[in-house]
Design a protein around this ligand. Structure first.
Ligand code: UD1
Length: 423
């Protein structure tokens, strides 16, 4: 079996890494057992990793390959930034050649970024004789908010996919409602959580707390590390939140009580850095705050905000793990904080990940100042720290691979033209 996996943007890397590790493990097992009673382990899996280049910086991409132990991509499409149409079209044009040449049996796309939908669409339209099984990891999530580009990407990708791997119960329900065959959908857990659990202990070796002077380095004696300061962690990158000056300022004002209570560490996404410059805004920097170089005027007199450049996976995980509270508009961070049992305030009107609210540690604040203040107040007083959703146990990638091996065995020869798992 030949599997081709596509990654493109930052949140893809931690979702794909455990699947690639599971493939490696499958092949290693096979190489040590000459006679295998296990039919599933009978065939080595050939793997091709394609990076579209949607994210291209060391801080948005390279650092994640290092931290997650991802192999160097076999193919890099070098697409980079652009409007949605330009970026999607460029990925499609370049990916078609790669797909036709590589002829994988299985194409894996993960998450909801432009690279995800672009590559699934290419695969869906190549001739049936070369068409791979299209697999979507993190299928079925719905915010029901079509103003989010990711929602469009999710819906289209799900309806192109032959096999859909779902992270939470709501995903199964959404797909059922949309007429996707239940045989095509599998609740397997969350590969992003696989990465988190695999890296959680290693993240303790990060020195980011010392770099940001959040850990008392002078105390604790040799071999032990000092006490960790009380701090919150903030991320903002959604166009709805940062592309409009008013919306952005409202959010920062909504953080004022929190900022008076504790330091807010703010790794600033490149889009957000650009907006801060465009709007002539400034954030009150602290140690390690390299974004300070780009800023000019004080933003809403918000003291206690420490802007820093985006972080690698392990440093960010370390910061998340020890934070008193995380405020974010990211999708994945809602899940990661649930797994770490750290209270999370989501600065959005909705979430496509309702399990993080019902079961986990997340609260949806909306985007008004007052809504954010209220949510932060309630989360700072929260004592119950949620529980872990079903199958978020670090084994999702293993389940995915087992299902794919079976699906491949049952599938050959390739699906005839027009045959689809969708009703
Ligand atoms: C993309 C995803 C979003 C995901 C986010 C994580 C889509 C539609 N959006 O949004 O779902 O949550 O990634 O970051 O796919 N830039 C750099 N260096 C890079 C990449 C981008 O400086 O390596 C800058 C560019 O100026 C670019 C801007 O960041 O214009 C935004 O990048 P882009 O990939 O267009 O979207 P994101 O906002 O990152």
């Amino acid at each position: 079996m030949k599997i081709l996996t596509v990654v493109g943007a930052r949140p893809n890397f931690m979702k794909a890494a455990p699947i690639i590790a599971a493939i490696d493990q499958h092949n290693r097992r096979l190489s040590v057992s000459t006679v295998s009673a296990d039919a599933e382990a009978a065939e080595p899996i050939q793997h091709v990793l394609v990076h579209t280049g949607q994210h291209y910086d060391e801080i948005m991409s390279g650092a994640f390959f290092t931290d997650l132990g991802l192999p160097k991509p076999d193919v890099h499409l070098g697409v980079a930034s652009g409007s949605h149409a330009v970026q999607t079209a460029e990925i499609m044009t370049k990916f078609e050649n790669v797909l036709v040449e590589a002829k994988p049996d299985v194409l894996i796309v993960v998450g909801d970024v432009n690279s995800t939908v672009a590559c699934a669409l290419v695969a869906a339209k190549i001739p049936a004789t070369t068409r791979p099984l299209i697999v979507h990891v993190e299928a079925g999530l719905r915010s029901f908010d079509r103003s989010m580009p990711e929602e469009t990407n999710r819906v289209i990708t799900d309806h192109l996919a032959d096999v859909l791997f779902v992270t939470e119960e709501s995903g199964l329900q959404n797909l059922r409602t949309e007429g996707v065959s239940p045989e095509a959908t599998h609740l397997v857990g969350n590969t992003m959580i696989d990465s988190l659990l695999a890296c959680k202990d290693r993240a303790e070796d990060s020195t980011i707390l010392e770099t940001l002077r959040l850990r008392d380095v002078g105390r604790g004696g040799e071999g032990s590390r000092g006490a960790i300061a009380r701090y919150a962690l903030l991320t903002l990158h959604r166009p709805q939140n940062v592309d409009d000056r008013r919306a952005f300022s409202d959010i920062v004002e909504g953080l004022d009580e929190l900022a008076a209570d504790c330091l807010i560490v703010f790794p600033v996404h490149p889009r957000t850095q650009r907006r801060i410059m465009d709007f002539g805004l400034s954030l009150d920097g602290g140690p390690g705050g390299s974004s300070r170089q780009h800023t000019s005027v004080q933003l809403a007199q918000t003291k206690g905000l420490m802007p820093i450049d985006p972080l690698g996976y392990l440093d960010f995980l370390c910061l998340m793990k020890h934070a008193r509270l995380v405020v974010t508009d990211s999708g994945g961070i809602q899940e990661e904080t649930t797994c770490l049992r750290v209270p999370c305030v989501t600065v959005r009107a909705n979430t496509e990940r309702p399990v993080t609210v019902h079961t986990g540690t997340n609260v949806i604040a909306g985007t008004t100042k007052e809504g954010i203040r209220l949510a932060i107040r309630s989360q700072m007083h929260r004592s119950v720290t949620g529980s872990i959703p079903d199958k978020w146990d670090g084994q999702a990638a293993k389940r995915i691979l087992e299902i794919l091996v079976r699906a491949h065995e049952q599938r050959a020869p390739r699906l005839p033209a027009g045959q689809s798992p969708h009703a």
